[in-house]
Design a protein around this ligand. Structure first.
Ligand SMILES: [Zn+2]
Length: 464
């Protein structure tokens, strides 16, 4: 399918991060070359962006944290620039005309460090040995100049040169690995359209661990040597998970899937394009950890392939990833999604009801209630449509919007094609009103098997 990143996705600045990105142009390719020395945490880098101006531009802005800027070129010619407050404002020697394709090249050096945010440091993080990148939502400028909007998706080539003993991972396919003297250069190509916050790098003492013999989608762990056994045990079901999700969400959107277990404890695992990063504390097995494996894998469809137009719609990422946890539980003979939904509803009923799911505000965008309530919306849709229509809707949603950009209104329009009942009231109650609607559940009826897709409950309908 033709990538949709050529279409304008969301006009105007992001309501939650008005200082991030520049909506007047779109990038379609990044070529980033990094030379990184882990000991002194020293980065010498260049980035070349290929972009299209949507309007005439006498200047444009890239997001880039504090680095020492070397040369800045537009279409190969030196350009004037200013760099403050995380914005690199570039004035080309010759103004860009509307519709013009152009390249911007930035050379920069410095000590990368996380971007400060209400959720802690984001982006490039130095580890005891190596580094990792976890940028959601606005950490990408901690290591490369970008148009930092989730809707501005581009392909990426990332080349990383670092001391030879380290293993280096970025998203996509490893094109080449070249060793010269004591350094090795790893070149990765991510050919799928990718949001800047989902571009990642991991540098560490990792051993690659293939997860299955000739699986449909190559899956590899990058794991500290001493944890290889634990990893193989705890992630043993991931290939089956990949198979199941590929059935219910449609084909896996990328060429491969890598899991990094960083040699540190991390608050939460984080998703990137074709990659998920876990901490040592996420090993150990049990449902609470297995659900995270399902959650991160599901983000490859919901969030990474089907991306949000802006951060107001983050529930579309987290609600579907949460529901994927419940589906996996149901599929593997654990509690049915309905049981998880009931538990989530009980939890939310005892908490303040001041969250508008469809526009939670920056302060609440990562609130646990958003995840739980997001899962409940998907469950409410399942009840409203019935299982047959719901699973068709779900698969088509990921298929039609593969590598695209969506907003909540798109889901309403899409789901409405799978039922004659109006879904507007359901969306209004769950997404626009802060009060918690009743649990989208009906009394148990004969034939309501936990994993069945009979649609018995669904045929009765959500609205009675
Ligand atoms: Zn998530």
């Amino acid at each position: 399918m033709k990538p949709k990143h050529a279409q304008p996705a969301a006009p105007g600045p992001d309501p939650y991060f008005p200082n991030s990105g520049d909506h007047r142009y779109r990038v379609h390719r990044y070529e980033i070359a990094l030379d990184y020395r882990p000991g002194p945490n020293r980065l010498a880098a260049s980035a070349r962006l290929s972009a299209v101006a949507d309007t005439a531009l006498s200047e444009f802005a890239l997001d880039l944290a504090e680095f020492r800027i070397g040369r800045v070129l537009v279409d190969g010619k030196a350009a004037r620039y200013t760099h403050r407050g995380g914005k690199l404002r570039i004035r080309p020697a010759k103004a860009l005309t509307a519709g013009a394709a152009f390249t911007a090249e930035v050379h920069y050096t410095g000590n990368p460090r996380p971007v400060r945010s209400p959720w802690g440091g984001l982006g490039w993080e130095e580890l005891t040995e190596g580094a990792l990148v976890a940028s959601q939502p606005v950490g990408a400028p901690s290591w490369f100049p970008c148009n930092d909007r989730p809707a501005d998706k581009a392909t990426y080539q990332v080349a990383i040169t670092t001391p030879s003993p380290f293993t280096v991972l970025s998203g996509g396919r490893l094109l080449t690995r070249t060793t010269r003297a004591s350094s090795t250069t790893w070149v990765y190509e991510q050919s799928a359209p990718t949001s800047p916050y989902l571009v990642t790098v991991s540098i560490g003492n990792y051993r690659p661990v293939p997860l299955a013999d000739r699986p449909a989608v190559p899956q590899t762990g990058y794991v500290p040597e001493r944890l290889v056994g634990d990893f193989a045990r705890d992630f043993a079901r991931q290939p089956a998970m990949m198979t199941y999700f590929s059935e219910v969400f449609g084909p896996y959107p990328f060429g491969e899937y890598a899991v990094v277990v960083a040699d540190e404890e991390l608050d939460v695992p984080v998703e990137a394009q074709g990659v998920a990063t876990f901490g040592t504390n996420h090993l150990g097995g049990g449902w609470e950890r297995e659900r995270l494996i399902a959650h991160e894998l599901a983000h490859q469809w919901f969030g990474n392939s089907v991306s949000i137009a802006d951060w107001r719609h983050i529930w579309l990422n987290e609600g579907f990833a949460k529901y994927a946890e419940w589906l996996w539980s149901e599929h593997t003979g654990g509690p049915a999604a309905a049981v998880h939904a009931a538990a989530a509803h009980r939890l939310l009923a005892g908490l303040p009801q001041d969250l508008r799911l469809g526009d939670p505000g920056r302060r609440l965008m990562f609130d646990d209630r958003l995840y739980q309530r997001g899962g409940l919306v998907v469950h409410a849709l399942r009840r409203a449509l019935g299982d047959d229509a719901f699973f068709a809707m779900l698969r088509d949603w990921a298929g039609v919007n593969r590598h695209g950009v969506v907003a909540t209104a798109d889901l309403l329009a899409h789901a409405s094609r799978y039922t004659t009942a109006p879904l507007g009231p359901l969306f209004e109650a769950w997404l626009e009103q802060p009060e918690l609607p009743p649990l989208p559940e009906l009394p148990a009826l004969p034939g309501d098997e936990p994993s069945g897709r009979s649609g018995v409950l669904g045929r009765l309908g959500w609205f009675r």
